[in-house]
Design a protein around this ligand. Structure first.
Ligand code: SIN
Length: 529
């Protein structure tokens, strides 16, 4: 495959922008990196597909952080995170996130983020699966991500050191001399330009859209992972995809997220016969980690030939919680979809939610490519191991983006020389695959074969079927949607390969042909193009 997905003979005639730090993506990780670097007087450019769309915006449950050292402790948050990660978390990354998180959450509050408070002014906290304590802060009940996104957008939009290039798409990383020089971007009119930077940060978020059922928004098309992989970056732990247990399962409706905090506040799961199947088998019942709950649900659905499980909020109501006040967004959405949660149970089923794997980074967000950083869901520092603990992702985004800004300030080159001469002489074929159909095929292949339950047969099937679409990458790709499909295809293949290699079950990765955890696989795996 040629290095770049677009055709240009030399870069000399393409318009070029120069910046100190280029941040690609506008979720919590991207915007906080931009803000921290800009506050230190660096010129930052944020390039984004859509400034106001990201997984961050849809985060409901909250942000897990230890602020109360009487009932809770850093050590317990660390232990819960390590336990969810099933033996392969990077313990240093976990410690950094847990211990650096509180001061950055306070900084976020200082720049305007409001978290829900009790009548006495203390912050409210909730609990989610895998947490031994109530330590999850939330905003407007179930709109924590929206509040964080609002705060950071406001902080960057008018910042004198930040330029935002909105509605633009990062097609490929510019590589010269084995280093990253920036990004080849496509603007809203499908015109190419180069953004040349002393350092580039990938903060492009996740990949939920490579599955038919996902809680993720349309923008989550694995872009950062796709471009990093094409450029030769190391990808780590790609097999580990978290399936959120409770996505709305109504025929013809999107897999809308029903926050884990709903269970945290008391809601329970019931099978077709009304039985609370989590209660007698698992010590934490509905508040086990996500992979345990999701797998138990799938087993029940198979046994009873149903395609959903009932989420019953009556116990929460009996505790005196007003559902519409505590979960206003979920309540509104459910009513829109014709479900009154006060009188009927909510049909839910697992859906793809979060990638634990991603572009491999060190503890300062550096990838295996010089001058390329990554943070947030696109990155993999090993922090989440084989399964992320609920509500740790916003904290991850804050902590490691801050570390990248610090690393860049202390080690980054301030001014860059002129862009090196680059060229791409690949020939392109006329289009034989339609990108919209390809996206749907990838989603179906991944859902069926590389979903919650996989085995050698399904994984080999996925690799063969996905592989048959590889000539797509030689096509004359022109639109943002074309490039998204290319990223989805490449990343789907990497996930399937990583899952095939891992002949065991661990965290979110369940192999029906290897149902046990195997000691020799208690390590991360790395794939490089
Ligand atoms: C949720 O509210 O259940 C999602 C939060 C998360 O993914 O951590």
């Amino acid at each position: 495959m040629s290095r770049y997905l677009v055709n240009f003979s030399t870069a000399d005639n393409l318009p070029t922008v120069y910046t100190d730090l280029l941040v690609v993506g506008s979720g919590v990780a991207g915007l906080f990196t931009a803000f921290c670097a800009a506050e230190q007087n660096r010129k930052v450019t944020v390039l984004t597909k859509n400034l106001t769309e990201s997984n961050t915006r849809y985060a409901q449950g909250g942000i897990a952080v230890v602020l109360d050292h009487i009932h809770d402790s850093y050590q317990e948050h660390i232990q819960d995170t390590l336990q969810a990660g099933s033996g392969i978390c990077n313990p240093q990354a976990v410690q950094i996130m847990v211990e650096d998180g509180p001061s950055l959450v306070k900084q976020l509050m200082k720049i305007g983020a409001n978290f829900d408070k009790q009548k006495n002014g203390d912050l409210m906290v909730t609990r989610e699966g895998g947490h031994s304590h109530y330590r999850v802060l939330h905003s407007d009940g179930d709109q924590t991500g929206k509040e964080i996104a609002r705060t950071l957008e406001h902080a960057v939009v008018n910042h004198p050191n930040i330029t935002i290039i909105n509605n633009s798409f990062a097609i490929d990383i510019i590589m010269a001399g084995g280093e990253c020089w920036g990004i080849i971007a496509l603007d809203e009119h499908n015109k190419l330009r180069l953004i040349c930077a002393a350092a580039t940060v990938l903060a492009t978020g996740g990949l939920g859209k490579i599955y038919s059922n996902t809680t993720n928004p349309e923008v989550a098309t694995a872009d950062g992972m796709g471009i990093a992989y094409r450029a030769g970056a190391e990808m780590m732990n790609m097999a580990f995809i978290q399936f959120h247990p409770t996505a709305l399962a109504l025929k013809g409706k999107p897999s809308f997220l029903v926050s884990e905090a709903v269970r945290g506040e008391g809601a329970v799961l019931r099978n077709k016969n009304g039985k609370r199947f989590m209660l007698d088998r698992y010590p934490r019942a509905e508040l086990e980690t996500r992979s345990i709950v999701a797998q138990a649900m799938v087993a029940q659905m198979q046994q009873n030939s149903t395609d959903y499980i009932s989420l019953d909020i009556q116990p929460l109501l009996e505790k005196g919680i007003d559902f519409a006040t505590r979960f206003p967004y979920i309540n509104k959405k459910l009513l829109e979809y014709g479900i009154n949660p006060l009188t009927e149970s909510i049909p839910v089923a697992p859906a793809a939610h979060y990638a634990m794997g991603g572009v491999k980074t060190d503890l300062n967000g550096r990838t295996s490519i010089n001058r390329l950083y990554a943070c947030g869901e696109v990155a993999c520092s090993g922090l989440h191991g084989a399964n992320r603990l609920a509500s740790n992702s916003l904290l991850d985004g804050l902590v490691f983006s801050h570390r990248i800004a610090e690393d860049f300030l202390h080690n980054g080159v301030k001014n860059i020389a002129k862009m090196p001469h680059i060229y791409n002489n690949s020939s392109r074929i006329s289009n034989i695959f339609n990108e919209k159909e390809l996206k749907i095929s990838i989603q179906k292949i991944m859902w069926k074969n590389v979903g919650l339950v996989r085995n050698q047969h399904t994984l080999l099937t996925a690799i063969k079927e996905l592989g048959s679409y590889l000539p797509y990458l030689w096509q004359d790709l022109r639109t943002r949607s074309d490039f998204e499909a290319a990223n989805m295809l490449m990343v789907a293949l990497v996930i399937a390969r990583s899952a095939l290699w891992r002949e065991e079950s661990r965290g979110s990765h369940y192999r029906s042909d290897y149902p046990q955890q195997v000691e020799s696989y208690q390590r991360s795996d790395v794939i490089r193009r």
